[in-house]
Design a protein around this ligand. Structure first.
Ligand SMILES: C[S@@+](CC[C@H](N)C(=O)[O-])C[C@H]1O[C@@H](n2cnc3c(N)ncnc32)[C@H](O)[C@@H]1O
Length: 376
C-alpha cells in the first residue's frame, strides 16, 4: 500500500487522511512525500496523534520537554499522595501474589471510586483517568500519573502535541484490556495475570519512550490535523490531490473501543457506566459508517466527493463483508464509473489496534484487505 501511495503522491500538492485513527499513515505521508498533509478523525486522540508529526517540520529536543513536564506532574501527584501515610505505596497495590489479585483489584476499585474522589476534588483539577478507570483499566497509581501528566502538558505546540501523542501511546501500552479498551480485564483465574502485568508497567517510562520516538519524526512540509468529519477534511483539497481513506468497517462505533484514550485526550471528567466503564453514548463520537442503515450512504458520499472534486483516492477496506454491511467492492459499485481508472489489488494486511501490546498479544491484527485506487 505504501508503494501505491508514493506513486500517486508524485504529482499531487496535498494529501488527506480523513479517517486517520492511530495517525500512522498521515505520519508516513508527511515524512516521505512533499505533500501538505491534512489529517482528520472524529476522535480527538486520533487527531492529536497525527498532529504530533504532520504539523512539525523539525525534530524536537525531547529531553528538556520531559524533564520540566515530569517535575510539574510529580508535584501534582505529591499533593495527592501527601494525604496518605505511605505516600505512593498507598495507591499502588501489592501484586506479588497473583492469587491475591482479586482482592487487590477490588480494593483498588473501592479506593478509586470512594476514597480518592473527595480528596482529588479538594486538590482541584480534572482527574478523569483516576475517577473513571482507576482499578479497572489502570492501577490507581498509573491512573494518577496519567491524570497528572494530562493536567500539566506543555502549553504550546509543538511540545504540547508531542507530549499528548506520547501520553496517548503510553496509556494504550499500559492499559489492562484485551486489544482495545471496550472492556478491562477482570480478575478471573485466566485473566488475573494480565492485570498484574499491565498494572506493573511504568507509565513515565512508556511516555518517555514514545516521546523520543515521535519527536525524532518530522513532516517535510507543515500540515494540519483536526478533529472533524471526513467531509471537512476533504474540503481542504484541490483537484489532483491525493486522498487515503481507511473508513470504519465495524458495525460498532470506534468510540466504544477507544473511549479510554478519548477521555485522556479530552482531559475532562466523565460519568461512566457498564462493564466497559463507557461515558454516555451521546458524549462519544458516533459515525454513520458504523450504523448499518447509514453506512452505504456515507460510503457513497465519500466516493461522490472524490469524483466531483477530481481527487485521487486510495481506499483500503476488507475484502469480505464487514460488520457494518460494506465490502471493498461496494465502493467501486457506488461510483467507480465516475473515475477514468479504477485499480484493485488485495493484500494480506495488518491493522493497528493501538491498544495492543507486544507481550500478551499482537498489536496488529491480520486481515485480507483490498487497496482500491480511483483516478480522476
Ligand atoms: C479503520 S479506522 C482508521 C485506522 C487508521 N488508518 C490507522 O492506521 O490507525 C477508522 C477511523 O475513522 C474514524 N471515523 C469514523 N467515522 C468518521 C467520520 N465520519 N469522519 C471522520 N472520521 C471518522 C474513526 O474514529 C476511526 O478512527
Amino acid at each position: 500500500m505504501s508503494d501505491v501511495l508514493l506513486e500517486h503522491a508524485r504529482d499531487a500538492g496535498q494529501a488527506a487522511d480523513p479517517f486517520c485513527g492511530s495517525g500512522i499513515v498521515s505520519w508516513f505521508l508527511a515524512e516521505n512525500t512533499d505533500l501538505i498533509v491534512h489529517a482528520g478523525d472524529l476522535q480527538r486522540f486520533a487527531s492529536a496523534r497525527a498532529a504530533a508529526v504532520v504539523e512539525r517540520t523539525k525534530p524536537l529536543d525531547v529531553e528538556s520537554l520531559l524533564a520540566s513536564w515530569f517535575v510539574v506532574a510529580q508535584e501534582r501527584i505529591d499533593r495527592v499522595i501527601a494525604h496518605f501515610p505511605n505516600a505512593m505505596r498507598s495507591v499502588a497495590p501489592e501484586l506479588d501474589d497473583p492469587a491475591e489479585i482479586r482482592i487487590a483489584v477490588e480494593r483498588s476499585r473501592r479506593f478509586s471510586s470512594v476514597v480518592l474522589p473527595p480528596l482529588l476534588d479538594r486538590v482541584g483539577g480534572c482527574w478523569p483517568m483516576s475517577k473513571a478507570y482507576g482499578g479497572y483499566y489502570f492501577s490507581p497509581a498509573q491512573a494518577l500519573v496519567l491524570d497528572a501528566l494530562r493536567q500539566t502538558l506543555p502549553r504550546s505546540a509543538p511540545r504540547r502535541d508531542v507530549a499528548l501523542a506520547a501520553l496517548v501511546e503510553a496509556a494504550s501500552r499500559c492499559v489492562a484490556a484485551p486489544g482495545h479498551t471496550a472492556q478491562p480485564f477482570q480478575p478471573t483465574a485466566g485473566a488475573a495475570r494480565y492485570i498484574v502485568e499491565s498494572w506493573s508497567r511504568d507509565v513515565w517510562g512508556k511516555v518517555a519512550e514514545a516521546a523520543h520516538a515521535i519527536a525524532r519524526r518530522a513532516a517535510r512540509r507543515p500540515g494540519k490535523a483536526t478533529t472533524r468529519d471526513f467531509r471537512a477534511t476533504l474540503r481542504m483539497l484541490r483537484p489532483g490531490d491525493l486522498v487515503f481513506a481507511d473508513p470504519p468497517y465495524s458495525g460498532v462505533h470506534y468510540s466504544r473501543f477507544y473511549h479510554v484514550l478519548e477521555t485522556l485526550a479530552g482531559g475532562r471528567e466523565v460519568n461512566v457506566s457498564g462493564q466497559g466503564r463507557y461515558p454516555p453514548a451521546k458524549e462519544r463520537p458516533a459515525s454513520e459508517f458504523s450504523r448499518k442503515t447509514e453506512a452505504k450512504r456515507a460510503a457513497a458520499e465519500l466516493i461522490d466527493i472524490c469524483a466531483t472534486s477530481r481527487l485521487k483516492l486510495v481506499l483500503t477496506f476488507p475484502v469480505g463483508r464487514s460488520s457494518n454491511g460494506l465490502s471493498a467492492k461496494d465502493f467501486i459499485e457506488f461510483g467507480g464509473d465516475r473515475f477514468s481508472k479504477v485499480e484493485y489489488l488485495e493484500e494480506n494486511s495488518q491493522f493497528s489496534t493501538l491498544g495492543g501490546n507486544a507481550v500478551r498479544r499482537n498489536a496488529r491484527v491480520q486481515c485480507v484487505e483490498a487497496v482500491v485506487t480511483f483516478l480522476p
